[in-house]
Design a protein around this ligand. Sequence first.
Ligand code: UD1
Ligand code: CA
Length: 468
Amino acid sequence: MKRFAIILAAGQGKRMKSKLYKVLHPVSGKPMVGHVLDTVKKIECERRIVVVGHGADAVKSYLGTSAEYVLQEQQLGTGHAVKQAGALLSQEEGTTIVICGDTPLVKEDTLQAMIELHTRQGAAATILTASMDRPQGYGRIIRDTVGGSVLRIVEQKDCTPDEDAVQEINTGTYCFDNAKLFAALEQVTNSNAQQEYYLTDVIGILVQAGEKVEGYQTSDHSESIGVNDRLALAEAESLMRERINRKHMLGGVTLIDPSSTYIGADVVIGADTVIYPGTILKGQTVIGEDCIIGPAAEIEDSVIHHGAKVTRSVLTQAEVGKETTVGPFAYLRPGTKLGEHVKVGDFVEIKNATLDDGAKVSHLSYIGDAKVGRNVNIGCGAITVNYDGYNKSVTEIGDDAFIGSNVNLIAPVKIGDGAFVVAGSTITHSVGDNDLAVARIRQENKPGYADKIRARAKAKAQAKKQQD
Ligand code: UD1
Ligand code: CA
C-alpha cells in the first residue's frame, strides 16, 4: 500500500512572539521542522509534502529538495492546511501520515507502531495520543464511556468543563486512509471558538460516518510536546538534550556532566571519547574515538580525529588530526586543517591554514592563509602577516623549519625546508631551504650606560619640578 506524509508548517506561531517563523526555531541546534522531516524520512513514503505559508521561502530554503511543498496562502486552520495537499494527493489510494512541524520530539519507532496499529485495525484514522496531568492548549480525546472507542477531538477552547478535565490529548500526529481523509475534509466547517477549519474535526466526521478510528497512546511524554511558546521551546530543548546525551552515552561516550553538555542533533561521536562539562558541539561535527573534549569546548561543523584533545577552545569548520592537541584557549576558524600529532597551544588563532603532522604552535600566535610543513616549530608570539588592508596573501613554511619567537612573516613569503628564522625577525623576503634568516638590528651593549641614562632622567624630572 502506498504511503504519504504531510507536514504542517504554515503557521506563524504568534505565541512565540518572534521574528523567526515558529517551525524554524531550533531545538538542539536544528529547526523543529527539520527534526520532524528527518523523522518522517525514516518512514518509507511515496511523497513527503510540507504545507508552507508564513515564512514559506525560509522554510523551503532550509528544507531544500528533500520534500515537496504546497502553499497555504491564508492560515485558516490545520484542516484547511491539509486540504492544500489535496491537489497532489486527493486522487491517491493509501495511508497518509499527518504531523505538525512544531512537534520535534515525535520518534520514528512511535510512527512505525502507530502505522502498524492503523493497518492491523483497518482504521480510517489513527491518532497519536498521550496522557497529561494538566494539559494546556491541547485537543482532548473524547472516548465513548462504553467500550472506550474514540468519538471525536475537542479543542481546549471549545471544551465543556467535563471535556476540559480529560487527560488524554491529541499530539497532532495522525495516520489516515488517504481517500477518507480528503473526503471528510470537505465537510469540515469553521464554526468553533477560533473560527478555523480544524483537522481534528475529521475524526468526529469519520466516526459519524461509521468509520473506525483508533488511538495509539505513547507513554513518552516528550513526544506530546507541541511548541507554541518559549516555555514549551525550553522544555523541548531540555528533553531533546536528554535524549541526545542518552544516545551518546549508550553508544560508549562518557559525559562527565550531561546536564552541562550540549550536543547538536546531527553530531557524531566515537566510543571512549570523554566530554567534559560546558562543552557545546554543533552542526555537522564528527568526533572520533578516544578523544578528550572540553571542558568548555565549542565546536561547530568540525571533524576531530581519533585520540585528539580539545580543551577550552572554539572551533568552526576545522579539522583536527589524530592525537593532536588543541588549547587551552585556541581559536580555530574555517579552513583550519591540522595533521596528526600537531600541537596548538594557548591563545593561538588559526584560519584557512594547513599544519602538517607534528607541527607545533604552542603559544600566542596567529596563523592565517598559511601552509605549514611537517614538524615545523612556531615560536611564542610568531605571526603570519597575511593582510595589507586590501589583499590576503599566503605564507608557506617548509618541513622541519624553525620559526623563532615574535617573528613576523609578511606574506606572500616562503620559508624553505629546514630553514631557521631568528627570534624577533620581520621577514619580508623568502628564505631558502636550510638557510638562516635574521632580520633585526644587531645588539649593541654600552658598559655602564644605564646609570648615565638614569641620571639624565632624574635631572629632567627635577628641572620640571622647579618650573612648577
Ligand atoms: C493542534 C491541534 C490540537 C493538538 C495540538 C498538538 C488542531 C485544530 N489542533 O493545536 O488538537 O493537541 O496541535 O500540538 O489541529 N498550521 C498550518 N496552517 C494553519 C494552522 C496551523 O500549517 O492554518 C500548522 C502550524 O504551523 C503548526 C501545526 O499546524 O505546525 C499546528 O498548528 P497550531 O496552531 O500550533 O495548533 P495547536 O493550537 O497547537
Ligand atoms: Ca502547536
